[in-house]
Write a protein that binds this ligand. Structure first.
Ligand SMILES: [Mn+2]
Length: 387
C-alpha cells in the first residue's frame, strides 16, 4: 500500500506580512496531482490542518476544496486534529465526510478504532490519534499523571489492544501530533510543553508498522518507521534551511517500509542576511537573495535612518528587520538602581536614547526632552497623580 504523509498545513496562516493562501492553494494542487500521478492509495494528514481554532473563511474554503478533490479521486484520506486546530470544530460533519472516504479523527475516545483499508495483501489499520492535550484527556485514558508521555502511551495501549484482535498479518499505521524525543524544533510550532516535558520517546509507538507524525515543521526521520513530514511551507525564518516535502511511503506485504521524499513547491526562497546596512546594500555576494523573502540583521553600532525603506530598494521582499548593534563591551554589569543613583531625569532620558539608538540626543532633541520634563513639573495635576 502506498501512502502519502503530510501535516501542518496551517491553512490561513501568514508568513510575516505575506498572505500565504495562494501558496497554500498551490500546495493543495501539488498534493492532488501527486496523489494521481504517483498512484497513491491513501493520504494521511497528521494535524494542524488549520492555523487557528476559528480559521478565516478563505482557509475553510480551501479545506472544503481539498476534501472535494480527494473524494473525487476516490483516494481514502485519514486526518487528525493538531494543537492548532479546534478538534470540536474540525470534527463537525466528520460522520458525513467519512462516507466520502475522508476520515477525520478528532476525538481521543476513538484512538483504538481504526479506519480499515485493504490492498492485495490484506488489511491496513489506520489509527488516528488527534493531538492529546494531557489535562483534557487524562480522565478519558484513566491516567493519574497528566503528561504527554502518559496519555500517548495509554492511547497506544488501546491501539495495540485493538490490533491484537485483527486478522493475522494486518498492517498498521498510526497518525499522531506530538513532540517525539530527538526531533528538531523550529520557531513556528506552538509550544506544547506540559509540566516541563513536551517530548515523548519514540518507543511509545512500538508495535506498529508506520507512524506518521505531525507537529514539528522540519521534515525528519526519527526511525525508519517513525517520521515527521514537516509543514509544506515555511512559517518562520528559522526554517530557512528546511527543504519542505512529503513522505511517499510504500508499506510492503510484510509491513516493511520504504520512504521517498517528495519536494513541495517553493513559493519564494528564504534568506537571512547579517551585517551593517551599507555592507548589505553593496555586497555582490548577496545578489542571489534579492528576490528572496529576507530577514536582515543590522549590526550597525548606531541605528541607521529608514533602514527598511533602504533595504527594500535592493531586497523588495524584506519581511523582518532585527537590530543587533555591535558595541564595545564598555557597560559594566551594575544594577539599574545604582546606575540611576544621583542622576537627573534629563540625564536618565538621554542615556536611554543613547542605549536604544546607539547615539545620544542632539541639541534639538535635548531641548525637546527638557521641554517635556519642564511641562510635567509645571503641571500640578500631574504632580498630584504622581504622588
Ligand atoms: Mn504545526
Amino acid at each position: 500500500m502506498r501512502l502519502l504523509h503530510t501535516s501542518d498545513w496551517h491553512l490561513g496562516r501568514a508568513f510575516h506580512r505575506v498572505n500565504m493562501l495562494g501558496a497554500q492553494a498551490d500546495f493543495i494542487g501539488h498534493l492532488v496531482a501527486t496523489v494521481r500521478e504517483r498512484e497513491v492509495d491513501a493520504v494521511v494528514v497528521s494535524g494542524d490542518v488549520y492555523d487557528r481554532a476559528v480559521p478565516p473563511l478563505a482557509a475553510v474554503e480551501l479545506f472544503d476544496d481539498v476534501l472535494h478533490r480527494l473524494a473525487d479521486l476516490g483516494v481514502p484520506t485519514v486526518m487528525i486534529s493538531g494543537n492548532h486546530d479546534s478538534a470540536r470544530r474540525l470534527g463537525v460533519g466528520a460522520g458525513l465526510i467519512g462516507r466520502a472516504g475522508i476520515h477525520l479523527r478528532t476525538e481521543a475516545s476513538a484512538c483504538g478504532t481504526p479506519v480499515l483499508l485493504k490492498d492485495a495483501f490484506g488489511d491496513v489499520a489506520f489509527y488516528g490519534l488527534p493531538y492529546l492535550e494531557p489535562a483534557l484527556v487524562k480522565d478519558e485514558f484513566g491516567v493519574e499523571k497528566a503528561g504527554h508521555e502518559h496519555v500517548l502511551a495509554a492511547a497506544m495501549d488501546r491501539v495495540r489492544a485493538d490490533l491484537a484482535t485483527r486478522a493475522p498479518g494486518t498492517r498498521s499505521v498510526v497518525l499522531a501530533h506530538a513532540f517525539v524525543t530527538g526531533g528538531e524544533a523550529s520557531d513556528s510550532e506552538r509550544d506544547i510543553t506540559v509540566g516541563g516535558v513536551a517530548a515523548v520517546p519514540a518507543g511509545v509507538f512500538d508495535g506498529v508498522d508506520y507512524v506518521a507524525l505531525g507537529h514539528l515543521h522540519g521534515s525528519q526521520r526519527i526511525t525508519e518507521r517513525v517520521r515527521y513530514s514537516g509543514s509544506p511551507l515555511p512559517y518562520s525564518f528559522s526554517e530557512t534551511d528546511h527543504r519542505k516535502s512529503m513522505w511517499l511511503v510504500d508499506l510492503a506485504a510484510d509491513g516493511s517500509v520504504a520512504a521517498e521524499r517528495l519536494d513541495c513547491p517553493v513559493p519564494r526562497a528564504l534568506a537571512r542576511i547579517r551585517g551593517g546596512l551599507e555592507e548589505l546594500l553593496a555586497d555582490p555576494e548577496l545578489a542571489r537573495h534579492e528576490e528572496a523573502w529576507v530577514e536582515a540583521t543590522l549590526t550597525d553600532p548606531v541605528r541607521p535612518a529608514d533602514p527598511m525603506a533602504r533595504l527594500t530598494e535592493r531586497f523588495p521582499h524584506t519581511l523582518s528587520l532585527v537590530f543587533e548593534p555591535e558595541r564595545a563591551p564598555d557597560d559594566p554589569d551594575v544594577s539599574y538602581a545604582r546606575r540611576l543613583a544621583g542622576r537627573s531625569d534629563q540625564q536618565i532620558a538621554e542615556d536611554f536614547v543613547a542605549h536604544v539608538r546607539g547615539a545620544g540626543p542632539d541639541e534639538r532633541e535635548q531641548a525637546v526632552l527638557q521641554d517635556a520634563f519642564d511641562t510635567v513639573r509645571a503641571d500640578d495635576t500631574v504632580r498630584e497623580v504622581a504622588r
